[in-house]
Ligand binder design. Structure first.
Ligand code: HXC
Ligand code: NAP
Length: 258
C-alpha cells in the first residue's frame, strides 16, 4: 500500500490541475510534484502558467502546461487529450479553477452571476466529464475545490455560494456514478488561506481581517501546504475507501460562531 507520508508516494502518477497557475492549486501541484507526480497545469494566462511550471521544473519535477478557459468545452477536451498523449493515463484530476468577487445581489448582474457559475460549476463539470475518458481505472482520484460558502450563507457571495454548492452535489453524484469503476470523487473546502487571491478579494479591510480571525476556532488563516496535505491524503491509497465526501480544511471556520 502506498503511504502518503513517503517522499516518493506519487512516483509515476499523472495529475491534471485546472487553475493550477497560482494560489492554492499551485501549492497542491508543487507538493504533488515533490512527491514524484508528473503534472499538467491548465488555466487562462500563459505567463502565469509558464512561471508556475518553472517553479516545479527548476526543482527537478515535471510540469507541462496548457492555456485555456474551463468554460470552453473544446479547450478542456484538447488539454486533457494532450495530457494523455504526453504523460499517460490520469491518476489524479484536481478541479480548482474559480473566479470570485464581493457583490450583493443588488449589485450583481445576470451576467456577473452567470460568470461565476460558469467558471466554478460548469468549469468543474467540463474538467471532470472530459477526464472520464482518460482515467486510470480502477484507482483514479478526482478532487474538486469547493468553499465554505457552499454550506454557509455568506452576504455578497450568492454567485460563489451557489456555484460551490453545485460542486458539492456534483461530487456526490459522480461518486455514485463512477464508484463502481473504482474511481473516487471527493472535494476539499478550504477556509481562508493566507497569501491567496481569494482571501485578498474577500477580506479587503483591516476590520474584516480582525473579525475573521475571531471567527476561526484555530485562530489563524490556513496555509497552502495544509490544503496540499489534505489533497495528498485524498488521492493516496490511504483514502481508498473514501468517496463522495467534502472535507473541510478551515480551522473550524464552517462551524460558525453561535
Ligand atoms: C459585480 C462584477 C464584478 C464585481 C465582475 N463583475 N466583477 N460584478 N462586482 N466586483 C461582472 C462584470 O460586470 C460582468 O457583468 C461579469 O461579472 C463578467 O465580468 P468579466 O470581467 O467580463 O469576466 P471574466 O473576464 O470572465 O473574469 C471573471 C472574474 C475575474 C471572476 C470577474 O475576477 C477573474 O477572472 N477572476 C479569477 C481569479 C479569482 O477570482 N480568484 C479568486 C478565487 S477565490 P456585466 O453584466 O457587466 O457584463 C474563490 C473563493 C474564495 O473562488 C473563498 C474564500 C473563503
Ligand atoms: P487564484 O490564485 O486566483 O486561483 C485561481 C486559478 O484559477 C488561477 O490559476 C486562475 O488562472 C484560474 N482560473 C480562473 N478562471 C479561470 C478560467 N475561466 N479558466 C481556467 N482557469 C481559470 O485563487 P485561490 O484563492 O488560490 O483559489 C483557488 C481555489 O481555492 C478556487 O477554487 C477557490 O474557489 C478555492 N478557495 C480558495 C480559498 C482561499 O482562501 N483563497 C478558500 C476557499 C476556496 P487564470 O486567471 O490565469 O486563468
Amino acid at each position: 500500500m502506498a503511504d502518503y507520508f513517503r517522499d516518493d508516494c506519487l512516483q509515476g502518477k499523472v495529475v491534471f490541475v485546472s487553475g493550477g497557475s497560482s494560489g492554492i492549486n499551485l501549492g497542491i501541484a508543487q507538493q504533488f510534484a515533490a512527491k514524484g507526480a508528473r503534472l499538467m497545469l491548465f488555466s487562462r494566462t500563459e505567463d502565469k502558467l509558464r512561471a508556475a511550471a518553472q517553479t516545479i521544473t527548476e526543482t527537478g519535477g515535471t510540469a507541462l502546461w496548457a492555456a485555456g478557459d474551463v468554460r470552453d468545452w473544446e479547450a478542456v477536451r484538447a488539454a486533457l487529450a494532450r495530457c494523455h498523449v504526453e504523460l499517460g493515463p490520469l491518476d489524479v484530476v484536481l478541479s480548482g479553477a474559480a473566479g470570485n468577487f464581493l457583490a450583493p445581489v443588488t449589485g450583481l448582474s445576470s451576467n456577473g452571476f452567470k460568470t461565476v457559475i460558469d467558471i466554478d460549476l460548469l468549469g468543474t463539470y467540463n474538467v471532470l466529464k472530459h477526464s472520464y475518458e482518460y482515467l486510470q481505472r480502477p484507482g483514479a482520484s478526482l478532487i474538486s475545490i469547493t468553499a465554505p460558502q457552499a454550506v454557509m450563507p455568506m452576504a455578497e457571495q450568492a454567485h460563489a455560494g451557489a456555484a460551490k454548492a453545485g460542486i458539492n452535489m456534483l461530487t456526490k453524484v459522480l461518486a455514485r456514478e463512477w464508484g463502481p469503476e473504482g474511481v473516487r470523487v471527493n472535494a476539499i473546502s478550504p477556509g481562508f488561506i493566507a497569501d491567496t487571491e481569494g482571501t485578498a478579494r474577500l477580506v479587503d479591510t483591516a476590520e474584516k481581517s480582525v473579525a475573521l480571525l475571531k471567527s476561526i476556532p484555530l485562530g489563524r488563516l490556513g496555509e497552502k501546504n495544509e490544503i496540499a496535505d489534505m489533497a495528498l491524503f485524498l488521492c493516496s491509497d490511504n483514502a481508498r475507501y473514501v468517496t463522495g465526501s467534502i472535507f473541510d480544511c478551515d480551522g473550524g471556520y464552517v462551524l460558525g460562531t453561535a
